[in-house]
Design a protein around this ligand. Structure first.
Ligand SMILES: Nc1ncnc2c1ncn2[C@@H]1O[C@H](COP(=O)(O)OP(=O)(O)O)[C@@H](O)[C@H]1O
Ligand SMILES: [Mg+2]
Length: 338
């Protein structure tokens, strides 16, 4: 196991991007991270960009509109707001801001022109989505002291990002912009996005499980992220299950050789007399467990070799309900998330 902690430098990050192979727990851990970062009376925003309503599901609230809404309260004060960004609404909002379209905007939407534009230029879609995220990161409010001072509305924004296969393309706004717009407000806005995403105010975290494919994808994505000049954050190792066998017994247990006889005599010594098929069942469970633990050990050393900060979250055997999110948030705090 390498250094398990949240690097102090991440305290600077205002935008936390959470990616990972599909199904490894991105939405779950993005939610837990937003909650952990809200501790101590802070305010965070959890954003999704794929219109899946995953945030609403995790926090057990009605579907989120295109508006920021309070979705959870941190134990010691502090709140998490949620936002589901959709490219069409972001484009309308955007046109409204720069061209004051009013009614025209609404009829554009009725005509399906906006859907048309965002489908025609997929790069535009990503630029609009990341643009909206940046706007949330940069938004300020009065400091409450009556003067002209302003403070950021959100202490941190957590983005439940597209999966590893697409995330670098999604974040590589420079590439998307290359052919899209050479001048004008969209260009200016996207330059701001590029600057934010390539600065220490952003951190890209990758969620993985201790299995071959997710870890391989994580390692590949780490190189892609680094090559694209994006700031790598931590690897969040999710669904870690305890090893119930002593290290010295592992290799032997994985072969299954002699396990049955050993188990039987051990159980009998304890006064338990099981049927053959019951002993067989225990043997195959043990073999399975030993094999899994061996695979985990191997992929873990591959992951350790990448030399990145790692945080671990356990498998919640009861599944993840709202209480589970609070539990995961607490475990993130214990590993230094600030
Ligand atoms: N630590 C965990 N323990 C148990 N179940 C988990 C854990 N993390 C995620 N899950 C479950 O795994 C499934 C996929 O998680 P989700 O966050 O939706 O993944 P993703 O967003 O990467 O597709 C969900 O059913 C979720 O409840
Ligand atoms: Mg998800």
């Amino acid at each position: 196991m390498t250094d398990q902690h949240w690097p102090a430098a991440l305290a600077e990050a205002r935008l936390h991007v959470v990616s990972g192979k599909g199904g490894t727990g991105k939405t779950t851990l993005a939610a837990a991270l937003a909650l952990a970062l809200a501790a101590g009376g802070r305010r965070t925003l959890l954003v999704e960009v794929e219109g899946r309503q995953g945030i609403a599901q995790v926090f057990d609230t009605p579907p989120l509109p295109y508006a920021e809404q309070r979705i959870a309260v941190a134990p010691d004060g502090g709140e998490v707001r949620g936002l589901s960004v959709d490219a069409e609404a972001a484009l309308l909002e955007y046109l409204e801001m720069f061209y004051n379209l009013g009614l025209a905007g609404r009829s554009l939407r009725r005509m399906g022109a906006i859907e048309f534009a965002t489908t025609l230029a997929p790069g535009l879609r990503d630029v609009l989505l990341t643009g909206k995220v940046k706007e949330c990161v940069g938004r300020t409010v009065g400091d409450g002291r009556g003067g002209r001072g302003r403070v950021p509305l959100y202490d941190a924004v957590v983005l439940d990002a597209p999966p590893t296969g697409r995330v670098v393309k999604f974040l590589d706004v420079t590439k998307a912009m290359g052919t899209l717009a050479r001048t004008g407000p969209i260009r200016t806005q996207s330059e701001g996005v590029v600057e934010l995403l390539h600065s220490s105010r952003t951190a890209v975290h990758l969620v993985t499980q201790l299995e071959d494919l997710p870890v391989q994808e994580t390692l590949d994505t780490v190189s892609e992220i680094t090559e694209a000049g994006l700031p790598m954050g931590a690897v969040l190792v999710n669904r870690v299950r305890p090893s119930r066998l002593p290290a010295t017994a592992l290799a032997g247990a994985a072969t299954g050789a002699g396990l049955g006889a050993g188990l039987r005599s051990g159980l009998e010594a304890a006064g338990l007399f099981l049927k053959d098929e019951e002993v067989d069942g225990l043997v195959s469970e043990t073999v399975e467990h030993a094999e899994r633990v061996q695979v985990e050990k191997a992929v873990r050393s591959g992951l350790d070799a990448a030399g990145l900060p790692q945080l671990e979250l356990p498998e919640l055997t009861e599944g993840v309900d709202l209480g589970g999110i609070y539990e995961l948030a607490e475990l993130l705090r214990e590993q230094g998330v600030r």
